[in-house]
Each structure stands twice: as C-alpha cells, then as structure tokens.
Design a protein around this ligand. Sequence first.
Ligand SMILES: Cc1cc2nc3c(=O)[nH]c(=O)nc-3n(C[C@H](O)[C@H](O)[C@H](O)COP(=O)(O)OP(=O)(O)OC[C@H]3O[C@@H](n4cnc5c(N)ncnc54)[C@H](O)[C@@H]3O)c2cc1C
Length: 403
Amino acid sequence: MPDQRFDVVVIGGGIVGLATALQFGRAFPKLRLLLVEKEDGVARHQSGHNSGVIHSGIYYKPGSLKARLCVEGAAAMAEFCREHGIAVQICGKLIVATTEEEVPRLKALFERGQANGISGLKLLSKEQALEIEPHCGGKGWLHVPGTGITDYVAVCEKYAELITAQGGTVSTGTKVAGISQSNGDAVVETNRGSFATKYAINCAGLYSDRVSRMAGEKTDVTIVPFRGEYYDLTPESEHLVRGLIYPVPDLRFPFLGVHFTRRVHGGVDAGPNAVLALKREGYRRTDFSLRDVAGTLAYSGFWNMARKYWRSGAGEVYRSLHKPAMVRAMRMLLPEITGADVVADGSGVRATAVSRDGSLVDDFQFKCSQNILHVWNVVSPAATASLPIGREIVRMAREGFGL
Ligand SMILES: Cc1cc2nc3c(=O)[nH]c(=O)nc-3n(C[C@H](O)[C@H](O)[C@H](O)COP(=O)(O)OP(=O)(O)OC[C@H]3O[C@@H](n4cnc5c(N)ncnc54)[C@H](O)[C@@H]3O)c2cc1C
C-alpha cells in the first residue's frame, strides 16, 4: 500500500522540476503536489553547475521550442530575479568571429537572432567592439545587449520556497527507485516510502532516461553525459573581460565553445569545454561509474555519434588534458591571455540526449504516456527558459492527462 497519495509528483529538484512544480501550483492551487529530489538540497547537479547566463535565444532554430521558450524565458527570468531580490545583471554579450571563415556564420547568427525576435542585435566594427570589450580579438563582432547573468542556485531555492508557500511539498533526500501502476495511479517508490499519484512528471536530468525506463517507457534516446570543465581567470587578469565574450558556435552541437563569462557575484570563468563524462553526476576527471560507462558503450547511438564526430571529440579531449591547447583556444577570443592568467576550476555535466542514429537531439523533448510525462534533453538554455518550460509542461499535462 502506498504511504501517501498526491495529485502530482514531480521527480527531480533541478530548475526544470522546480519550475514545473511552481507552475502547477500557480495553475491549480488546490492540487496536492509533491516534488522528490534524491540529494539533500535542490540544484545539486546541472542547475547548480552551469555558467549562470540568461541566454537571449540567438542560437536556436527559429520555430523550435528552444528559441521560443528561451526568448520568453530570458525576460521572465530577469523579471523573476528583480522581483525576488536575486542578483541579476544584463551585461550583454559579444560574439566574436575569430577567423574570416567565421564571419559569414556570424552574419547568419545575426539573421537567426532577428528571426527569433531578439532586439538590439548589432554587427560591430572593430572600434565599436573594442569599446565594449577592450581586450577582445577577432575578425567580426556581434553584440547581444540583452544577455544577462544570474545565480541559478538562488533561483532554484526561491522556486522551492514559493512551491512550499503555495502548499506543495519539496522532499529532499528522497530517491526514486521504481515506478509501478496501481488502480490507474502511478506509484513512485522511494527510500522514504511509496507515493501514489494521479500524474507523475519525470524531470530527473542526467537520469531522466533511467527514470523513464523504471516506468517501463521505451525511450528513443539515451542520455550521454558531457562534462564541461571551467577555468577561473586570476583576480589580476579579470579586467580582461567586462561582460561575456563568446565564439561563433558550431550549430551541429548543443555546446557553445569555450567562452568567457563574468559571474554575477564576481570573478570570470573561462569554459566550459565538452568531453565525455565517465560518470553521469561526476564532476572530477577521475570520477568513474562502471554502470554509466557500460551503459554508454552498450548504446549503438553512442558509437554512431563517435563515428560522426570523432574529430571534434578528440580535439576536446586534447584541450581538456593539455592546458596550453585550451589556452590557445581562449587566445582566439582574448589574444593577451596566457596560461598564468587561468587556473582550473569546477565543472558541470550536461544531460545530452543522443538518438540511435548518433545525432545529438537538438530541441527539448517531452513525451506524455499513460499518466507520466517525461522530460528529456532540457539542456542549455533550459535554466534561462525554466519558467516557460514549466508552464509548457503544465499545458501538456492538462491536454495529455485531461487535467
Ligand atoms: C556546464 C553547463 C553550463 C550551462 N550553462 C547554462 C547557462 O549559462 N544558461 C542556461 O540557461 N543553461 C545552462 N546550462 C543548462 C542548464 O543548467 C540545464 O539545462 C538545467 O539546469 C537542467 O535542469 P534540470 O532540472 O533538467 O536538471 P538537473 O539540474 O540536473 O536536475 C535534475 C535533478 O533530478 C534529480 N534526480 C535524478 N534522479 C533522481 C531520482 N532517481 N530520484 C530523485 N531525484 C532524482 C537530480 O538529483 C537532480 O537534482 C548549462 C549546463 C551545464 C551542464
């Protein structure tokens, strides 16, 4: 017999699960809602190990969920932070074409940004670019004035506080170990008892595919974890970066390339790169999980991906293991930087969904089946877009479950 019964159980206390629970409470104030998180606090994984950028939405394919929800989410996130006294700065971003070949791609990005409805975008001359970032190099420059920075851990903590204030329950230290069906309810089995619920929402991030399989869902994708390693600029070299300096990304990948990010509480990050992680929630290079590695290697989609992208993957691994190579990549954006200006810092792991054919899933993915809604591939810019993602999930649940 289940220990308690709820209307909705959200699995995962990252920014997406929390935003979803918050939006459920706003839409249905009488709903009995439980959010379960296996760690002792919220935002312990992707949501607490990211760059803290409020993305503008320039990178994403026009018409995609990423584009639509990011543009909307950026405005909503800035407003949420201001309303709740969370540190936020709209410091703008400079995207830099580092070679002549990248200049047409920079222009294409400008057009994509305009198609996505982003205001204030401007292609700059070198003189104009140097007024914004006096130390940047490059051959072409695009200014995105609406990009900002914030503290996503503080955002998550505020979401959790508001969920509780709305009458929901956030239960940390509660790990989901199984999901079964009983009398039309989903029964979520955890280390703290079992909870029957009319509807469950799987927002388990790096484990979202495994939680789906626990529920008997046949997933078309598998999460392949990619670690992103950061360097810190030393205090003496922080003056080299005023706001955010990014390269022109390779749009075949969901990664933006090594960039410089000023942190909202001070300091400047360089990174992250993108290397295969040997543990889904492993933040050190030496972290290893036999189950996670075996799972990746047994997946045909991983090998198809490796065949397609081995060259860029090898480059990332080389730069990860060899600091001078990483510094060379940074110097493309900031010619003055040297190895003495950066020290290795933390890392984050991205829950990248890979299809069987080896392609990296481009957009956010949702699947509503029976009484469970699965959320996969909510990678960057999902922190920025969390409020509209949550609202979208509530809409899908309303339609899919007839709520
Ligand atoms: C290096 C890096 C940089 C990024 N930079 C940015 C950025 O600047 N701007 C931006 O908008 N986005 C950025 N992102 C993306 C953003 O951080 C993620 O898209 C977002 O945090 C995903 O949130 P989530 O809730 O889906 O996942 P998570 O934050 O990973 O949360 C999932 C939660 O589920 C829990 N869980 C898993 N399994 C179970 C279980 N069995 N039982 C109970 N709980 C479980 C986990 O403990 C975890 O807390 C970045 C991501 C990374 C990794």
